[in-house]
Design a protein around this ligand. Structure first.
Ligand code: HEM
Length: 499
């Protein structure tokens, strides 16, 4: 028997009542830690407390919920929507390749390169309303490109324009919309539906194809730069997950705690991330299958990484604009630690309040409010309910992040809740912005570094003011690939309290 949930109607289930993550929170209040819901014929089971998520979706028990449903428009089993052994191989290879002693430095370099342009643009628009997404989408995509290629694309490189256009398309894509879903299944209906409903429906397969074209070109370039006889990192095992391997769980080595980007080096230092990926045993031999998996996994860096980081940055800047006292405290911290020097990721521990502001914005903003879908590998018992094989199980991150037992007055922006009694930043409990267990986000460190450097650099130079007087709770959001503020605008002005 499935857990109880909203009753729903014939055929559409509760689709008409579903208004995004706020509805999940309302159902959590109504039905508690677990409920099931039918959305247009598809049954979803939601887990809504950190206790249930830890018990059933993480560690050894989570092994039963590692698979995903097939991805929209996917050509192969990559990272985001892969399942089983294929996904495990792709993820291990990618994570292994990302682990170089140069990772942080490489990430900082590409972000600083992008930031120059951002700061100049904001300076040129001083005192005007600025569409934050328009300014930050380029840096979010080009930081990933730069990391992959081992250096930023020049401002006049045609690939830069192409990858920006692709990302702008992706950012418009509304996977939750019925029209988008219909046109994914029946591509010939996309244009008639767009015309009939006076809306533009993103052509996902064509957008993905353009991205594949760029990726193939970059792979060709990287292969010619790489000596194929060099197998320096082929033998490197996944990081020694001593505690994890004791758990005897096949995916334990993929748990994020095993991956420490500041200390580990499995790879040569003078290679780009893409070169390292190409040298992993899973991808070194070029067959049609490995080629498809590789392209899909790299595509997932962009599907998974661009709008999510952009949305995170928008939430951070929005909450800071609405909370000038918090902004001032963070600015003082940044001035005291960095002065006029380049801001570095290594400074983060000396900026606990800034880190707490970012965490609090990610808690409230909740970029991926329902995580990504996890699928039951076989019939599974959760809290005495029988969850049939193939059922989609979601963690309601939105509900975890608003659990009043853990976050008093959960809707309030209070960075202090992420500081311990000595003022050090502490990882909040019931906080999973980057997802669950072994399926946790591949790009967490990339996103963390970007968000820290964007926020610190912008705050050091500008005061951020809201473009309108609505409260943070009243600002509208929508689900595109991720949960985003709709057309967030802010006003950037000269700093008043410059030290
Ligand atoms: C603020 C920024 C980001 C947020 C909030 C975020 C959040 C998430 C979440 C919630 C998941 C699903 C985990 C689950 O199923 O339980 C995920 C998966 C993933 N993310 Fe991110 N992400 C961000 C940035 C990035 C970046 C920069 C990349 C670039 C590589 C990326 C790539 C991926 C991939 C490939 C997966 C699939 C992992 C898997 O299924 O094993 N993400 N992310």
């Amino acid at each position: 028997m499935l857990p109880p949930g909203p009753p729903g109607h014939y055929v559409v289930g509760s689709l008409l009542e579903y208004k995004g993550p706020k509805t999940n929170l309302q159902w959590t209040k109504q039905f508690g830690g677990i409920y099931s819901v039918n959305l247009a014929g598809k049954t979803l089971v939601y887990l809504n407390t950190i206790q249930l998520v830890e018990r059933y979706m993480e560690g050894a028990a989570g092994e039963l919920l590692l698979d995903r449903p097939p991805g929209p428009g996917a050509i192969g089993e990559g990272l985001l929507f892969g399942s089983g052994e294929n996904w495990q191989k792709n993820k291990t290879a990618t994570m292994r390749a990302l682990h170089a002693a140069t990772f942080v430095q490489a990430m900082e370099d590409v972000v600083h390169f992008e930031l120059r342009e951002v700061l100049q643009t904001l300076q040129a628009k001083l005192g005007q309303k600025v569409m934050v997404g328009d300014v930050l989408i380029g840096p979010c995509v080009n930081s990933i490109v730069g990391l992959l290629k081992g250096g930023s694309l020049a401002m006049d490189d045609p690939d830069r324009r192409e990858v920006l256009l692709i990302s702008q398309n992706l950012a418009r894509c509304d996977l939750a919309s019925l029209l988008q879903q219909i046109s994914l299944k029946h591509p010939m209906l996309r244009l008639p539906l767009s015309f009939l409903f006076c809306t533009s429906i993103v052509n996902i397969p064509a957008t993905a194809k353009r991205l594949h074209g760029l990726l193939r070109k970059w792979i060709r370039e990287s292969r010619t730069e790489t000596d194929p006889s060099d197998s320096s990192c082929r033998e490197s095992a996944a990081p020694d997950a001593s505690s994890a391997s004791q758990e005897k769980s096949p995916s334990a080595a993929l748990m994020s705690s095993q991956w420490n980007f500041s200390k580990m080096s499995l790879n040569e230092e003078n290679e780009s991330t893409l070169q390292r990926i190409l040298k992993q045993p899973e991808f070194v031999k070029v067959t049609e299958k490995t080629d498809t998996e590789l392209i899909q996994s790299l595509t997932d860096f962009f599907f998974g990484g661009v709008t999510s980081t952009l949305s995170g940055a928008e939430f951070v800047l929005m909450y800071l604009s609405k909370n000038p006292d918090a902004s001032r405290t963070a600015q003082k911290e940044i001035d005291a630690v960095a002065g006029n020097e380049d801001i570095r990721w290594s400074m983060k521990d000396q900026m606990p309040f800034l880190q707490a502001c970012i965490a609090e914005a990610l808690r409230l903003g909740c970029v991926t409010p329902s995580s990504l879908p996890h699928v039951a590998l076989k019939e599974t018992q959760i809290e005495g309910y029988s969850i049939p094989k193939g059922t989609t199980v979601m963690a309601s991150i939105y509900s975890l992040h608003r659990d009043p037992e853990i976050f008093a007055e959960p809707e309030e922006f209070r960075p202090d809740r992420h500081l311990d009694s000595e003022g050090r930043f502490k990882q909040p409990h019931s906080y999973r912005p980057f997802g669950i267990g072994a399926r946790r986000c591949v790009g967490e460190a990339m996103a963390d570094i970007q968000l820290f450097l964007y926020t610190a650099s912008i705050l050091r130079q500008f005061d951020i003011e809201p473009a309108d007087s609505r409260s943070a709770q009243d600002l509208e959001t929508h689900m595109r690939i991720v949960h985003r503020l709709i057309d967030l605008q802010c006003v950037f002005t000269e700093r008043k309290n410059n030290c």
